[in-house]
Structure formats: C-alpha cells, structure tokens
Design a protein. Structure first.
Length: 107
C-alpha cells in the first residue's frame, strides 16, 4: 500500500457518542471502553468510496488524559462527549484527520 493518503476535501464530520461499541453503525459515531485499566475510544472514521457513502473504518485507540505518550496512547482532553485527541489519526491510504472538539477534521 502506498504511503500516500488521498485528500477528499471532506467537510468536518460531527461525532456522536454512543453507549456501546456494538451500536456504532455510521461515520463519526464513537464509544468508550475500558479494558485492563486502559481507556479506549472506538470510532468510525470516513473512508469515502464511490457508491458507498457511509463506508467507514473502525478504529480503537488507547487514550490518556493530558498530552499523548508517543507510541503508546493518544492524548485526550478528558471531554467524553466532544473529545479532542493528539496527535492526528492516520489510516495510511484511506483517511487522515484530527479529532477536535467532537469533530473529525480532515488533515
């Protein structure tokens, strides 16, 4: 797979918090999970494809309150409903975005 990730000119996507991971069915939806003492955000990132308008990639990211711990977890602002994460999320070849105040913003 190429190291290049296409830019889609995608408008920011409002995120929606759900109670359970199994409810995630649309781009921008997310849920929290704690496993073995580690907090994760599970979210559906856009993966635009012709004829598949709601195609998405599920991502499960470990988060820590405060600045990120490079290679181990994303930094998180502690807002459970409209989170901000650092650094960006890069699904090479598919999608590259920031999570900013509950919005997926294409990088």
């Amino acid at each position: 797979m190429s190291e290049q990730t296409p830019r889609y000119g995608h408008a920011p996507v409002a995120m929606k918090r759900l109670a359970f991971v199994g409810e995630i069915d649309n781009t921008g939806e997310f849920a929290w999970e704690i496993q073995d003492g580690v907090r994760y955000i599970i979210l559906a990132l856009p993966r635009p494809r012709p004829n598949e308008p709601n195609d998405y990639i599920m991502n499960r990211l470990p988060v820590v309150a405060g600045p990120n711990n490079p290679g181990k977890a994303w930094g998180w602002d502690s807002n459970e409903d409209q989170p901000t994460l650092t650094p960006s999320i890069h699904c090479i070849g598919h999608w590259h975005s920031w999570v900013r105040a509950g919005m997926l913003v294409e990088a």
